[in-house]
Design a protein around this ligand. Structure first.
Ligand code: URA
Length: 494
């Protein structure tokens, strides 16, 4: 029997290395007792790591899931992950088996951790603790996460607040950022933090973005569970705002009767005229798309490229049309633009495998030049014809959020073909009233030759992918109902 106690700091790496060693040595799950340092303080105590074995290969999708699920508070998490990994070595397709109970449990754990990370990004409230004349400002926050999320979420705060010193203290693990260096310590008891001058400003902001006409108490409490309220200064005002909401909403309705803009009716009629009537079974949809001859683009392309990803994904990513490599392989976003997307998505923790990735137009449109095929932007009529398939994909996947990359996707999803540069980063309304977050197309970045401009466009795409990741992690949040978005973390303003 092997006993393993994993550290509470660096847990993911320790689990990965330990599991890899056990798997390589073919140690069965029943022969390992996993614990964390709290249960067995002698770190790697009588660990008995097995002698080194041969190389092991593990599907990328498992690694991505384990990297998150390992931070769950369930004491059984290490054992569950290893038991599943053990089964996976003989059945690599297990990762796609939706009926597998063990996988479903791990996916749920992964989701819980991501949700907790999202809450941490949204609800940490910093107070200034440094001397007024110090060279660097210094902040501290107290937070009580449901899972071990401090370490995997700390990079978010480093990116946001790199020019200050800060510490996020929790009963579990604390993150300390000083002079540009991030470190972790064991947990703390709740400190006595000073009142903050910026708090009044924050509360005013919160009260102003509160829209009484859109109040849904249950949805609000799902998004901002009560357990977080005690460490959030603005939460003290919530009961009063809820109590006053009906009267305020009535007053607003009486004061400002409005009609939808005339253009909206035009856009909606246009969208409806091409709406998909395809209602076959989910598993038939890719086949139906591949057989499409609805517009002349099918005459020259190698094949139509249907979307790819989980049929119940929270996030749908929509590009323009397949490129040269996608046309040859039959899979979306695998060429240079897809690789650029993958890199930036990985940087912000957006798991592409968990998203449904597709295109507004399913056939590659090009003009031949010598041996090369040069991409051509699709016409409005081609985009409209292909909405038949995009609508069908949306109706099946029912994503919480659609990310439209580039003007063609934006046009197909919102009916508005206006330039994307002035619209990116914003949420517009798409089919079935679903929220559509607009962003740049990765291939736009590949075409910019000026390094500074390319870097700035890359930062914008990155920011939007980060927003998409954050929005789809919030279970229960009614994205369609969001009226104004609060900054994700409450760093008081100057
Ligand atoms: N560009 C797109 O818009 N989609 C792809 O699938 C590839 C490149």
């Amino acid at each position: 029997m092997h006993r393993i106690a994993l550290p509470s700091i660096g847990t993911a790496k320790a689990w990965r290395e330990t599991a890899r060693a056990f798997l390589a040595a073919r140690v069965q799950p029943e022969q390992i007792i996993w614990g964390d340092h709290a249960a067995a303080p002698d770190l790697f105590g009588d660990a008995g790591l097995p002698p080194a074995g041969g190389p092991v290969s593990v599907p990328r999708s498992f690694v991505a899931m384990a990297e998150t699920a390992v931070w769950h508070s369930d004491p059984e998490r290490f054992a569950r992950l290893y038991a599943f990994l053990w089964r996976l070595k003989d059945a690599p397709r297990l990762m796609t088996d939706r009926g597998d109970g063990d996988l479903a449990r791990l996916r749920q754990m992964e989701k819980n951790v991501r949700r907790c990370q999202h809450k941490m990004k949204a609800f940490v409230r910093f107070r200034e603790i440094g001397a007024a004349d110090a060279a660097r400002r210094s902040f501290a926050a107290w937070f009580e996460p449901s899972h071990h999320t401090v370490e995997p979420t700390a990079d978010f705060f480093v990116r946001r607040f790199s020019d200050m010193d800060w510490r996020i203290l929790t009963p579990d693990v604390s993150a300390i950022f000083e002079q540009g260096e991030l470190s972790f310590q064991e947990g703390h008891t709740k400190p006595d933090l000073p009142e903050d001058a910026g708090e009044a400003l924050w509360i005013t902001y919160f009260q102003n973005i509160f829209n009484p006409a859109r109040l849904m108490v249950k949805a609000m409490q799902t998004e901002m569970p009560r357990k977080y309220w005690k460490n959030m200064p603005e939460a003290a005002f919530i009961p009063r705002m809820i109590a006053e909401a009906p009267a305020r909403a009535r007053a607003m309705a009486e004061a400002a009767p409005t009609l939808p803009p005339a253009r909206m009716a035009q856009v909606q009629a246009q969208l409806a005229s091409h709406a998909s009537a395809w209602d076959g079974p989910a598993e038939e949809l890719p086949k139906a798309i591949r057989a499409c001859t609805r517009c002349p683009l099918h005459c020259h392309a190698t094949q139509a490229v249907p979307g790819e990803g989980p049929g119940d994904a929270d996030l749908m990513v929509v590009g323009e049309q397949p490129g040269d490599m996608e046309d040859l392989s039959g899979r979306p976003f695998i060429g240079p633009a897809g690789q650029m997307f993958d890199r930036i998505a990985a940087e912000v923790g957006l798991n592409r495998d968990a998203a449904y990735v597709t295109n507004a137009v399913k056939h590659f449109k090009f003009t031949p030049r010598g041996k090369r095929r040069i991409h051509q932007r699709p016409e409005t009529s081609e985009i409209d014809h292909c909405r038949w398939w995009l609508d069908a994909e949306i109706a099946q996947v029912r994503p919480k959020l659609i990310l439209a990359m580039g003007a063609t996707a934006a046009q197909s999803l919102t009916g508005n073909g206006a330039r994307i540069l002035s619209r990116r980063g914003k949420i517009e309304t798409g089919p079935e009233g679903r929220p559509v977050l607009l962003t740049l197309h990765p291939s736009y970045l590949l075409r910019i030759s000026d390094p500074a401009m390319r870097e700035s466009a890359r930062a914008q795409l990155r920011q939007d992918l980060m927003a998409a990741e954050g929005m789809t992690q919030s279970e229960g949040q009614s994205l369609g109902k969001v009226t104004a978005k609060a900054p994700p973390a409450g760093m008081p303003g100057r």
